[in-house]
Write a protein that binds this ligand. Structure first.
Ligand SMILES: Cc1ncc(COP(=O)(O)O)c(C=O)c1O
Length: 385
């Protein structure tokens, strides 16, 4: 059957390509996957089970159950400094679908959207899906891959409609500082841009850094769609619950679009997410401390390897080491590490041209897996130098 042009030309995720290759190596130490290895906390699972027994088995309103939307509005005001009511909040199927709805609500065919380079590659496919044009804004290793307002300004054209932000960043771990966001906000205001700010790693910041939401800065709430998710914060990737805060008119439009995608999010999962917000947040901090230990283990180990340089990720759960000294492409290095060393990584070029020369390694894996990967990489890389 003939495929639609949209599907036929949809960019392939380099992460998925790597996973397809890795499937042939079941004993590989896998640092490729961007997913917590922690289980969802018990009290959240129990609440979902009870909700199912109590009848949360039906469709819900498109934008989510009112109790969850209200609780999210309270959370966003208290934690992120973003004011609003439930009418400013919509619940969707993970940050994935939430981003898709956000992009589809503001991008028309031919509109350009700026994205940090490197960035999470799903943005490419999502923007392509609505006929938008990706314009990468390079970030530099010397600046710890922080997105700079000057670089945003340089990338603007007369077709630029929006900017996509992601702090803490997948894959670089960059956490933008308030002053950097203020400078970006200044460009956004002057050039009348819309911002989609993807913040699913907000709770995974280290070394005393703060997560700042762009929408909390003056005059930003009317221009910013803040996308977030329960996936990483509560180790709930498989539950598929995300949410977005934005101006009422855009949120209402997304609700209408949601009807075409999934109609609504799984009812019991929404009740469980309400319990996650209302329960003790100690579970979040415990997991964060776990990731911090693993980050230090992985980064120290990588820095001790021959030919590898690695900056310290400020947030999220990825190390992004520089492996350019080996004189091979990141795809070739990732393939060799898989086939010769039994370690799954993701080549940096999957995240954009500025990621070439780097690999992404997740530290959302057990300490045992991290140690095994380091030991295998050490042996293999010594044979290359
Ligand atoms: C930057 C970024 N945004 C969004 C997502 C999607 O998360 P969700 O599981 O909520 O769809 C991910 C998942 O890896 C991510 O890394």
């Amino acid at each position: 059957m003939r495929l639609s042009v949209r599907v036929d030309t949809n960019p392939h995720s380099g992460i998925r390509t790597m996973f397809a290759l890795a499937a042939g190596y079941p004993d590989a130490a896998n640092l490729g996957v961007g997913e917590p290895d922690y289980a969802t906390p018990d009290f959240i699972v129990e609440r979902a089970a009870r909700a199912l027994r109590e009848g949360a088995t039906k469709y819900t309103p498109n934008a989510g159950i009112p109790e969850l939307r209200k609780a999210l509005a309270v959370k966003l005001a208290a934690e992120n400094g973003i004011a609003g009511t439930e009418r400013n909040v919509l619940v969707a199927t993970g940050a994935c679908e939430t981003l898709m709805l956000a992009i589809a609500s503001v991008i028309d065919e031919g509109d350009e959207i700026l994205v940090p380079d490197p960035c999470w590659p799903n943005y490419f496919g999502q923007i392509h899906f609505v006929g938008g044009v990706v314009r990468p804004v390079p970030t530099r290793p010397e600046e710890a891959f922080h997105l700079k307002a000057e670089a945003v300004e340089r990338a603007l054209t007369s077709r630029t409609r929006a900017l996509l932000l992601n702090s803490p960043s997948n894959p670089t771990g960059a956490v933008l500082r308030r002053e950097e966001l203020e400078a970006i906000a200044d460009v956004v205001r002057r050039r009348d841009l819309v911002v989609i700010s993807d913040e699913p790693y907000e709770h995974l910041v280290y070394d005393g850094r703060d997560h700042v939401s762009l929408a909390s800065l003056p005059d930003m709430a009317d221009r910013v769609l803040t996308v977030n998710s329960f996936s990483k914060t509560y180790a709930m990737t498989g539950w598929r619950v995300g949410y977005v805060h934005g101006p009422e008119a855009i949120i209402a439009a997304m609700g209408r679009l949601q009807e075409n995608f999934s109609s609504c999010v799984n009812a019991a999962a929404q009740v469980a997410c309400l319990a996650a917000l209302e329960g003790s947040q100690e579970v979040v901090e415990t997991m964060r401390r776990g990731y911090l230990r693993r980050r230090d283990l992985l980064v120290e180990g990588l820095r001790a390897l021959p030919g590898v340089r690695c900056h310290l990720p400020e947030g999220a759960f990825y190390a992004f080491p520089d492996i350019s000294s080996f004189g091979r492409s990141s795809v070739e290095m990732a393939r060799l590490l898989l086939e010769e060393a039994g370690v799954v990584t993701v080549p940096g070029d999957a995240f954009g041209a500025a990621g070439e020369g780097f690999l992404r390694l997740s530290f959302a894996a057990s300490e045992e897996t991290i140690e095994k990967a380091l030991e295998r990489m050490g042996r293999f890389l010594k044979s290359l130098v």
